[in-house]
Design a protein around this ligand. Structure first.
Ligand code: MF3
Ligand code: CO
Ligand code: CO
Length: 286
């Protein structure tokens, strides 16, 4: 017999009455589908906490949007994020996270993500800049990033930024309650490739809310109809990194963080935090 072994994630403690959801998930996992652990489903109270964190996180990005311009350094963006976040009673999650030294990631042009702000790096006319903000408020985490086009850029870089935005929107639209995580990757991969771009494979979206990075991984490169079942109450990011050239990337050896495209062609990324509801994804931070 050739029975595929699937992790039995959905475990109901002995003696606990089965809810309707328990019965549905147990049946799906009997069919051989990979279902989430029950701990990946947030309570309404937890979702409310993440939503409030998300309001501040979005406010940080709005504050960056109002200020960012050519001639600023990435260090200026870091100070802006730190000041806004702390003055709203929140904490910037990146600061000291696994040794990350600053409050925000700022990633310019061929830098894919995890760029470290500093006082020497100037933001220039024509740059495409990703600012990735994560906020902890009352113990709850939210995570979002935007692209900023500085002054006049080239048509090619503008198109990359726009297609990356569409990838996030199409990925989010493809995610359905009791659909599959791979549906997100499938939609993103198809649209990126149609436009002549590649999808970064080495970094992914993630569960978020009670910690910075939680299970499950949310791939952006892959096939529809694969992967874990998405269940209402799951909170996660989608954050596709779309490259003009090759999908391959490397990590700067000196700082251990900065992710750069292998061919040093530009990359663009947008990120939202979402909660899955009975009707589809709802944005908690953008
Ligand atoms: N915000 C990034 C993400 O979207 C993670 C940054 S980790 C840091 O998952 F340490 F670089 F901040
Ligand atoms: Co982020
Ligand atoms: Co993230």
């Amino acid at each position: 017999m050739n029975k595929k072994r699937i992790k039995k994630n959905w475990i109901v403690p002995k003696g606990e009455p089965l809810t309707e959801l328990d019965e549905k998930m147990l049946a799906m996992q009997e069919e051989g589908l990979l279902v989430p652990r029950r701990s990946m489903i947030k309570t309404p109270e937890q979702i409310e906490g993440i939503r409030r964190s998300g309001v501040i996180n979005t406010g940080v990005l709005d504050a960056v949007a109002a200020e960012i311009k050519a001639g600023m350094t990435t260090g200026d963006i870091d100070r802006l994020v730190y000041d806004y976040t702390t003055s709203h009673g929140a904490t910037p999650a990146p600061l000291h996270y696994e040794g990350f030294p600053k409050s925000v990631c700022v990633s310019i042009n061929e830098v894919v993500c995890h760029g470290i702000p500093n006082d020497e790096e100037m933001i220039l006319d024509g740059d495409i800049v990703n600012v990735d903000v994560t906020t902890i408020y009352n113990g709850y985490y939210s995570d979002a990033s935007r692209m900023f086009v500085i002054g006049e850029t080239t048509q090619e870089k503008q198109r990359l930024v726009d297609v990356a935005w569409d990838c996030l929107q199409l990925g989010a639209k493809a995610a359905k309650p009791f659909g599959r995580l791979g549906d997100i990757a499938g939609a993103i991969t198809k649209y990126a490739h149609q436009n002549g771009y590649s999808v970064v494979r080495d970094l992914c979206g993630h569960g978020v809310g009670l910690a910075f990075h939680e299970d499950p991984d949310v791939d952006h490169y892959g096939r529809s109809g694969t992967g874990m079942v998405i269940v209402p109450g799951m909170v996660f990011t989608i954050e596709p990194m779309i490259n003009m050239g090759t999908w391959e990337v490397f990590v700067d050896e000196e700082d251990g963080w900065t992710v750069v495209t292998e061919d040093e062609l530009p990359s663009a990324q947008w990120e939202h935090t979402f909660v899955m509801t009975e009707h589809g994804l709802e944005v908690l931070s953008y």
